[in-house]
Design a protein around this ligand. Structure first.
Ligand code: G6P
Length: 466
């Protein structure tokens, strides 16, 4: 019997109260098919545990591993988030590569493989997520695992000229080539991957997405699978959110002013300083918006082990303080800047109240806030999404106002156009965006990936048998 084995650095355990969209999708896939979710427990201990902890919920088993402080530091804060994350988000100047963290990255992946191998049966579909775990397929194959192995990258994939800068780019690519299927959010990332294969690995790519490398000794598939959201769930949460005390309080506090909202992890890829500065410029150049518009930025702190994240936090405090110092009045604060995280239901209610949703990352694999903002709107009086062209979501969301976050004048114009957009235009854009969200939703995403993984491996087994 085919089971699903999901592997990711973070695991949303059954008792976790506020799982994100991806966690929710994985849980429903697991419930539908039955299987296992394996990953880090979220805890660091003095030494990496020798046994995984097991929890069961119906037909789903959660197996998680405590990581030793040093292992975790070097693998997660080190190679994953100081090397791969900035490189994959087009920030080579922030990349810090050391052989030591590369070794730790492979060591922790090997520990994961060792534990995981005990759970995997030959008929399983194994779905591995994100840049923390690229080497897992090779390490599982070394342990004799014959199950079908799929990998999905939730970040952008950089062009070969950037990837080449990583001293171990070839090893990383060879590790990807050990999967049966590699999935990306957009055709741009797939193109970058193909360019690498053609230019660096001297492999071949055929029209059906089959990639042959190393003189055709091994072949695998790669494809585009844009992640979506559970549209009715988000819409229903948003429509019911007025009952949430936080939403009523926000509404009252606005005193009829237009709300612009941003919700992002506090990460340098999200373009927050650029967004803040553009808002400051908007108030400077168009004083008619003073007292009329409030910008709420929710930015929960993230990865504070990494110096750049701590620096960014200080920078945003300075910019937000500067704008408020300059423009605020005793009864109006232009920027409300918060580092707290809020429950999903409350966020959907905040989105629904916001006339403008600002999603302006410098680079982003997909960005589900953009999608949730749209699904949270009241269709009779919807708000407007301002979306960076550098978010993967921009490829599907042409009904948003697309911006280049490096272009401050363009950002100011987009903010202005969004705040003042007539109702008929807002409705037309919203309808178009909703149609897209409904077509390519979270269920379509996981089903299409798993269907492709199923077929791909059959083809591989056929070839091996032949
Ligand atoms: C991004 C990554 C995820 C990661 C999430 C939160 O969305 O693609 O893999 O889990 O950020 O980051 P964190 O480092 O807190 O897990």
């Amino acid at each position: 019997m085919t089971r699903l084995v999901v592997v990711s650095n973070r695991v949303a355990l059954p008792n976790e109260l506020k799982p994100g969209g991806l966690a929710h999708a994985m849980r429903s896939a697991l419930r539908e098919i039955g299987g296992i979710w394996f990953g880090w427990s979220g805890r660091t201990t003095s030494q990496t545990a020798s046994m995984a902890q097991i929890q069961r919920e119906g037909n789903v088993t959660f197996a998680t591993l405590d990581l030793g402080k040093r292992d975790h530091e070097e693998y997660y804060a080190g190679f994953a988030n100081r090397t791969l994350w900035p490189l994959f988000h087009f920030r080579p100047s922030l990349v810090d590569f050391t052989r030591q963290t590369w070794a730790a990255y492979r060591r922790v992946n090997a520990i994961f493989a060792e534990h995981l191998a005990r759970f995997i049966e030959p008929d399983d579909l194994v779905w591995i997520h994100d840049y923390h775990l690229i080497p897992l397929a090779s390490l599982l194959r070394e342990r004799g695992i014959r199950a079908r192995l799929g990998f999905f990258l939730h970040t952008p994939f950089p062009p070969p000229e950037l990837l080449n800068m990583l001293p171990v780019h070839r090893e990383l690519f060879e590790a990807l080539a050990d999967y049966d299927l590699v999935g990306f959010h957009t055709a741009d990332y797939l193109r970058a991957f193909r360019d690498y294969i053609l230019l660096e690995a001297h492999g071949e790519v055929n029209d059906t997405g089959v990639i042959s490398v190393r003189g055709g000794r091994r072949s695998f598939r790669a494809g585009v699978f844009p992640i979506g959201i559970d549209v009715p769930e988000v819409s229903n949460l948003a429509a019911a959110a007025h009952a949430h005390p936080g939403c009523a309080q926000l509404h009252e506090s606005l005193q009829g002013r237009a709300l612009m909202i941003g919700v992002d992890r506090l990460d340098y890829s999200k373009g927050l300083p650029e967004r803040f500065r553009a808002f400051g410029r908007l108030l400077e150049e168009y004083p008619e918006f003073k007292r009329q518009v409030t910008f709420l930025q929710i930015a929960p702190v993230s990865r504070t082990e990494v110096a750049e994240y701590r620096q960014l936090k200080r920078e945003l405090e300075r910019i937000a303080g500067g704008i408020n110092g300059r423009f605020a009045e005793p009864d109006w604060t232009p920027v409300r800047y918060l580092n707290n995280a809020y429950p999903h239901a409350a966020l959907t209610g905040y989105y629904r109240q916001a006339r403008v949703g600002l999603v302006t990352p410098l680079r982003d694999g997909m960005n589900l806030v953009a999608k949730e903002y749209v699904a949270s709107q009241d269709g009779d009086d919807p708000g407007v999404l301002v979306l960076s062209r550098f978010a993967g979501a921009a490829r599907q969301m042409g009904g948003a106002i697309l911006v280049n976050p490096h272009d401050q004048d363009g950002m100011v114009n987009a903010m202005r156009a969004a705040i003042t957009m007539p109702l008929a235009d807002r409705r037309a854009r919203w309808r178009e965006l909703m149609d897209g969200l409904e077509r390519e939703d979270i269920t379509a995403w996981r089903r299409s990936f798993l269907a492709a993984l199923d077929v791909t491996a059959e083809a591989r087994d056929g070839r091996l048998a032949g």
